[in-house]
Design a protein around this ligand. Structure first.
Ligand SMILES: C[S@@+](CC[C@H](N)C(=O)[O-])C[C@H]1O[C@@H](n2cnc3c(N)ncnc32)[C@H](O)[C@@H]1O
Length: 443
């Protein structure tokens, strides 16, 4: 890009959104991405570089606005890298996500007979797990507590995050002040919040052990944040990435759990947990309803985590095999199933290949819920085993479409599909698809 281009201002008509929620405009043969602009809007922009034949731009001014535009509620919206769709009305966010997943599947030639109604819940204060960065600036002698900025690795201060639960212990301005009072103000690098159903755990990452004086200050701060009628607080310290966290306050803490399908599922601090409790509960119910696990059936739950799907499945079926790569989740899932005398076997295996599945008994149905990279490593095994029903839960529409395309080529048909708005105010979307193996025609 020539220096003169960098100054170039243009007026563009936005007619679409990228899968990341950025506006798309076309002028002649050129394509422009306009972050922050919506379809139907006319935007004055300045060019910001060219990547893979697409012009990146910076929005200067809106000449015409969309009726779907709303004023973002969060004062940190422009800088925080988190909620990138706050300028779009909530109903329109859901419609955009639905349209985007449908487009992705249809581009891969995957036919969906009918889309179920999206699963939605409260669009704010839904997030039960988040990690905030903490940084001490020697120059200004102040602490920053917040999220990483959208366009850099900087931590910008956040006072309150509107997608986290409303709780005094999640007042980051108060934490900033508190950390500034500690001798160890430069030693704390991160705060992780985990809002379970029975307690709110905050885990402070520290580079060095705290002095007894600092520990005392933190304990009395935590005690002041613990109020009747609110989730009880737990304060933990974690010194190294793989070291277990140590409880600092109170002296004893209840194990964390969250409610799914009448089960209080045990949650360890490091476990993966679906971030939106209400959407998760509805998602698990929909999965059970669509998959219809039979009492005499063998079900595989692949990428099982801490048993979000496999424990409810094990209440209904003869045998559930839950496969997960993280040994800690496998161990705690096995212990829980055994305590409740549920017919669940937890198996540690890396599913980037299908080796771990070779010795498992034939499944009547398989539920899989992989990370964003998808489940390419297990597709051939599912096809070779001629699994009759497959329920695929995905947080990435592109890898979902890729994997469904492989299953469709092997004779699977989509029976039901629907999106779940697990991450309101962001462009992220969760999708559930039920597939069945087509019966072979005879004669
Ligand atoms: C999207 S989470 C779903 C977890 C669980 N189904 C739930 O609903 O909470 C994906 C899970 O896959 C696990 N995972 C990631 N890569 C894996 C791999 N290569 N093999 C097996 N499990 C893997 C992660 O540890 C995580 O628990």
């Amino acid at each position: 890009m020539k220096p003169a281009d960098k100054q170039r201002r243009l007026t563009l008509s936005v007619d679409n959104l990228t899968s990341e929620g950025e506006g798309v405009a076309r002028l002649g043969r050129d394509v422009y991405f306009v972050p922050g602009a919506l379809p139907g809007e006319e935007a004055e922009v300045v060019l910001d570089g060219r990547r893979r034949k697409v012009w990146q731009t910076r929005l200067l001014n809106l000449i015409k606005t969309s009726p779907d535009r709303v004023t973002p509620d969060c004062p940190h919206y422009q800088r925080c890298g988190g909620c990138d769709l706050q300028h779009l009305a909530y109903d329109a966010q859901v419609a955009f996500k639905q349209e985007r997943v449908a487009r992705e599947l249809s581009r891969q030639g995957v036919e969906v007979p009918e889309w179920s109604a999206p699963i939605v819940a409260e669009p704010w204060h839904y997030r039960r797990k988040a990690r905030l960065g903490v940084r001490y600036s020697k120059d200004s002698r102040e602490n920053f507590v917040g999220f990483r900025e959208a366009s850099s690795a900087h931590i910008s201060n956040v006072d309150r995050c509107l997608v986290l639960p409303e709780h005094p212990a999640l007042d980051w301005a108060a934490w900033r002040e508190q950390i500034n009072r500690l001798d160890a103000r430069a030693v704390i690098t991160q705060i992780e919040a985990i809002a379970a159903d029975n307690a709110l755990a905050l885990v402070l990452r520290i580079l060095k052990p705290l002095s007894p004086g600092d520990e005392k200050k933190l304990c009395s701060f935590a005690a002041g944040l613990n109020m009747d009628g609110l989730l009880p607080l737990q304060l933990w310290l974690k010194s190294e990435r793989d070291a277990p966290a140590q409880l600092l306050w109170p002296e004893q803490a209840e194990p964390l759990h969250h409610q799914v399908d009448d089960l209080a599922l045990r949650l360890e601090l490091s476990d993966f947990v679906q971030v939106n409790g209400a959407v998760n509960r509805a998602m698990v119910q929909q999965a059970l309803h669509w998959l219809q696990p039979g009492a005499d059936e063998v079900i595989w739950d692949l990428f099982a985590g801490h048993g979000n799907f496999s424990m409810p499945l094990a209440k209904r079926s003869q045998q559930v095999l839950a496969v997960e790569v993280e040994q800690s989740m496998v161990d705690s899932l096995a212990a829980q199933a055994s305590n409740l005398a549920l017919p669940l076997q937890a198996i540690q295996a890396d599913l980037s290949g299908a080796g771990g599945l070779a010795d498992l008994p034939e499944p009547d149905a398989v539920l899989l819920d992989p990370p964003r990279a998808g489940a390419a490593g297990v597709m051939n095994e599912l096809i070779a085993r001629r699994v009759p029903r497959i329920l695929y839960v995905s947080c990435d529409a592109a890898t979902l479409a890729r994997d469904l395309n492989v299953l469709a080529a092997a004779g699977y048909q989509v029976r039901q599909a629907g999106i779940m708005d697990m991450f309101p105010q962001t462009h992220h979307v969760e999708t559930m698809v039920l597939l069945e193996r087509k019966a072979k025609r005879h004669g």
